[in-house]
Design a binder for this molecule. Structure first.
Ligand code: CDP
Length: 227
């Protein structure tokens, strides 16, 4: 049976602006928003802290199970008022660190982990609708999304945008190292066996290189309202 709750899937490479666009579109429509990358980042953070091997699929899946179905309240993952909490610990900032993003990209190749996160992602689909951003929202998690957007931008522009965000937070790196890092992450996301980063069938490809965020948001809303 068709699921009547609309989903807008926004996928694309690192630092393409998906997160900001997804939040703004969700706000406009009064929809919920799923930042699926945050889930991979949370597991990445815990794997680093607990010394779990970044290529140990079953152990990573166990970490994901522990935070999503935790009996121990100190381990339970919650999203509240824009904050991400593990029990009472606020990890909103910690998961945005570059080393955590790198770990997230590495663990995301594990099929066991991806499977363990599937139900949690699908459970976010609630009336009146959901905007979901990530790599495989339109291909794997919500293949029946009513609108699929594949958001791209020139890699140098993405690196500059990310760099600006990071220096505001006191990040010490250089633009060149960030650019290399982005390219490496894109390559890994695109070439992995499980849920590689590709535009879904029927996805609308939007190149935001020369667009403002406002223009990107307006385009996505325009497509949704026209559909
Ligand atoms: O901030 P950035 O755009 O680099 O990444 P993110 O959306 O926060 O996701 C972090 C990492 O998780 C990505 O590098 C992907 O490898 C992985 N990911 C994924 O495999 N599938 C998703 N649906 C979302 C993220």
């Amino acid at each position: 049976m068709m699921n009547p709750i609309p989903v807008i899937a926004i996928d694309g490479p690192t630092a393409s602006g998906k997160g900001t666009v997804a939040q703004r579109v969700a706000q406009e429509l009064g929809f919920a928003c799923l930042d699926s990358g945050a889930l991979y980042r949370v597991v990445g953070l815990l794997a680093l802290e607990q010394g779990v091997g970044l290529d140990d699929g079953p152990a990573l899946a166990a970490v994901a199970d522990a935070i999503t179905t935790a009996e121990d309240p100190a381990m339970r993952l919650r999203f509240a008022d824009g904050r991400i909490l593990l029990g009472t610990r606020d990890i909103t900032e910690a998961i945005r660190r570059e080393e955590v993003g790198r770990a997230a990209s590495r663990i995301a190749t594990a099929g066991e982990l991806r499977a363990a996160l599937l139900a949690l992602q699908r459970a976010q689909r609630r009336p009146p609708g959901l905007v979901a951003d990530g790599r495989d929202m339109g291909t794997v998690v919500f293949p029946d999304a009513c609108l699929k957007v594949f958001l791209i931008a020139d890699v140098r522009v993405r690196a500059e945008r990310r760099y600006k965000q990071l220096i505001e937070k006191g990040y010490p790196g250089t633009l060149e190292s960030l650019l290399r890092d982005l390219e490496e992450r894109d390559a890994r996301d695109r070439t992995r066996d499980r849920a590689p980063l590709v535009a879904a069938d029927g996805a609308k490809i939007l190149d935001s290189t020369a667009m403002t965020i406002d223009a990107v948001v307006a385009q996505v809303l325009g497509w949704y309202r026209a559909g």
